[in-house]
Ligand binder design. Structure first.
Ligand SMILES: C[C@H](O)[C@H](O)[C@H]1CNC2=NC(N)=NC(=O)C2=N1
Length: 97
């Protein structure tokens, strides 16, 4: 399913609203790293994100080692950032700390 990439102005506004997220060097994705007390906390967070992602049919690229979870959001269907990434990032912020 095709979905539009964000315009330059939308991307700027989105990043301003997501101060914890970093634009990847190629400009096509945003990333954030979370740290938790231990693996159980990290995995609990991942479980909450997974349920949300499945409902939204929009899934994170992520990497977990022990208490660290690195998340990358991009929209393959758009070839870059879309409003789905912004929505998922903001929902993930609500689960993190
Ligand atoms: C077929 C299915 O709708 C697509 O593969 C969806 C699923 N989840 C997705 N997740 C993300 N992050 N980007 C996508 O483009 C995407 N596409």
């Amino acid at each position: 399913m095709a979905i539009a990439q964000l315009t330059e102005a939308e991307r700027t506004a989105a990043l301003a609203a997501l101060p914890e997220w970093t634009l990847r060097e190629d400009g096509l994705a945003i990333t954030r790293t979370f740290r938790f007390a231990d693996f159980a906390e990290a995995f609990g967070f991942m479980t909450r994100v997974a349920i949300l992602a499945e409902k939204a049919d929009h899934h994170p690229e992520w990497f977990n080692v022990y208490n660290r979870v690195e998340i990358t959001l991009t929209t393959h269907d758009a070839g870059g950032l879309s409003k789905r990434d912004v929505a998922l990032a903001s929902a993930i912020d609500g689960f993190g700390h």
